[in-house]
Design a protein around this ligand. Structure first.
Ligand code: TYD
Length: 203
């Protein structure tokens, strides 16, 4: 059995990832591919409990980072690795690039410490492809304000999201073969067109 592909989706809050992941999932399923759709933090019962803590409770950035990696360790062991091993494609709404963007870029947590945790928790596992939904933070904030009540991360300042966005773009510049950047300020239809055209090349 050929190993499946591991695709991750990133971007600041309000970039409109979910709808687009739905559309990609539909395309892959149409092609007869088994798809496991998942998210971080979360993806297993324990990791979803950690997610609830992370989104609601105030904590220091050290605890926050360690909890993201604890949830990730569960997610990898119970969902991601088994799925890839049986040939399924895993579509994850966020993964470790989010830790580099939010904790390192947004909150100035130590990047070398995150690298060490990344290697400890992931071993050789890395996403095959990462789609970055890039958008100006003010535009994203307007969308979010209309859509739902803000969680702990979504209440951060526009300056915070500017740092997160820059950290994502920096990750993309350093890993050009893995990242596909899509302009998420376009209409949802135009974003889908760009994403699905790119995804044809992965098949
Ligand atoms: P997300 O699932 O995108 O939130 P929502 O369902 O509200 O769109 O992610 C939850 C939040 O967690 C999001 O603001 C980004 C943040 N996050 C980090 O700060 N670090 C991480 O490593 C991950 C995976 C997410």
């Amino acid at each position: 059995m050929t190993r499946g592909r591991f695709i991750t989706f990133e971007g600041i809050d309000g970039a409109g990832k979910s709808t687009q992941i739905d559309r990609l999932q539909a395309l892959l399923v149409e092609r007869g591919i088994e798809v496991v759709r998942t998210r971080e933090p979360g993806g297993t019962p324990l990791a979803e409990k950690i997610r609830a803590l992370l989104l609601a409770d105030d904590m220091c950035t050290m605890s926050e980072t360690l909890l993201f990696f604890a949830a990730r360790a569960e997610h990898i062991a119970r969902v991601i690795e088994p799925a890839l091993a049986r040939g399924a494609w895993v579509l994850s709404d966020r993964f470790t690039d989010a830790t580099y963007a939010y904790q390192v870029g947004g909150k100035a947590f130590d990047g070398a410490a995150v690298e060490a945790l990344e290697r400890m928790v992931q071993g050789q596992l890395n996403p095959d492809r990462t789609v970055l939904f890039d958008i100006e933070p003010l535009v994203a904030a307007e969308r979010l304000a209309k859509a739902r009540a803000a969680d702990r991360f979504e209440r951060e300042s526009v300056d915070f999201f500017r740092r997160v966005r820059e950290a994502y773009l920096d990750r993309a510049r350093r890993n050009p073969e893995r990242f596909f950047i899509v302009d998420a300020a376009q209409s949802p239809e135009d974003v889908s067109r760009a994403l699905l055209t790119e995804a044809q090349g992965w098949l």
